[in-house]
Write a protein that binds this ligand. Structure first.
Ligand code: UDP
Length: 332
């Protein structure tokens, strides 16, 4: 029996592969390498280059490797891009997922774990948001993911398949052993941008808005270390394998940090007092989004890296490590 990880050459998927390989699982990675990197895929697992919507290929992999569970990370993840190119998001995140689920049902795959997002909630208040909150995604990205959540629920009601939906908050950090990390060229995520600025790869960075109704006026987010995030997936997989019911889980720590607090931490950890401009708000940013994390904790999740300094430290070390690679992507 093996596990198929789609998008296993991407940032989060490659950490999932490390978790599974470290646990001695048999793993097959399927990734089209459009945004992923083959050098991020651990050498202990089998790598196949291809698309999740390639029915013949996926059906073949399911049969050949006796796939018991699929962990589906492959997809498009850039919120502003989804606004200007929504059809790309409905193709890659909704239509491709529909095809993949169908191939899994036909192939008798027992469990499906889906990479979802806090963007399914839309604009929320300052309080932590629970899984039962109203779902009102504002971006095509959030909608494309929510549609896939709905499909999964319907499919699991009609076919012998259980699922786990994990809604990610702000994923950051890198593998503590530096085997993987966020490597995307032109990434826009706050911690990555800040450590790149500390390293002199950018002249300055901008804080997008300081007039939000938050304690210091900058946006608050729940930053979760990628290793803790994939551990949550492993826990959900274990639950499903033991015959547990389908679940939907927020993945965050349940506490938030403001943009200013993150920037301050990056300056402290790196020892570099880089230039920071305070600019206008970025369109579509909620003031605050913090996970209600009771459900995943009740399942026994015990995060190891709930510490912003350590998250930043690992992101910084990874960024330095990227800079020494010959095959590194260009920064911008
Ligand atoms: N942010 C910022 N400057 C940057 C990048 C991000 O001020 O260069 C802010 C952004 O407006 C948001 C927070 O940092 O309030 C987290 O943004 P990120 O893009 O990392 O994740 P998001 O919450 O949008 O998924």
């Amino acid at each position: 029996m093996s596990i198929l990880v789609t998008g296993g050459a991407g940032y989060i998927g490659s950490h999932m592969v490390l978790n599974l390989a470290d646990a001695g699982e048999s793993v097959v990675v399927l990734d089209n390498l459009v945004t992923g990197f083959d050098w991020l895929v651990d050498h202990r697992v089998r790598f196949v280059k291809g698309n999740v919507a390639d029915t013949d290929l996926v059906a073949h992999l399911i049969a050949e490797y006796d796939i018991e569970a699929v962990i589906h990370f492959a997809g498009s993840v850039v919120v502003p891009e989804s606004v200007v190119n929504p059809l790309k998001y409905y193709a890659n995140n909704t239509a491709a997922t529909r095809t993949l689920i169908e191939t899994c049902v036909r192939g008798g795959v027992s469990h499906f774990i889906f990479s979802s997002t806090a963007a399914v909630y839309g604009m929320v208040g300052l309080e932590p948001v629970s899984e039962d909150n109203v779902l009102n995604p504002v971006s095509p990205y959030g909608k494309s993911k929510l549609m896939s959540e709905w499909m999964l629920a319907d499919v699991a009601a009609a076919h012998p398949m259980t699922y786990g939906v994990l809604r990610y908050f702000n994923v950051a950090g890198a593998d503590p052993q530096m085997r993987s990390g966020q490597s995307t060229a032109g990434a826009t995520h706050l911690i990555k941008v800040a450590v790149q600025t500390a390293l002199g790869l950018r002249d300055a960075m901008s804080v997008f808005g300081d007039d939000y109704p938050t304690p210091d006026g900058t946006c608050v987010r729940d930053y979760i270390h990628v290793t803790d995030l994939v551990a949550a997936h492993a826990l959900v997989l274990d639950h499903l394998r033991k015959g547990g019911e389908s679940v939907t889980m927020n993945c965050g720590y349940g506490r938030g940090f403001s943009v200013d607090a993150v920037v301050k931490t990056v300056k402290e950890v790196t020892g570099v007092d880089f230039a920071v401009e305070h600019g206008p708000r970025r369109a579509g940013d909620p003031a605050s989004i913090v996970a209600g994390a009771d459900r995943i904790r009740a399942m026994g999740w015990q995060p190891e890296y709930d510490d912003l300094e350590r998250i930043v430290e690992m992101a910084y070390t990874w960024e330095k490590h990227l800079g020494t690679r010959n095959d590194r992507p260009s920064v911008f």
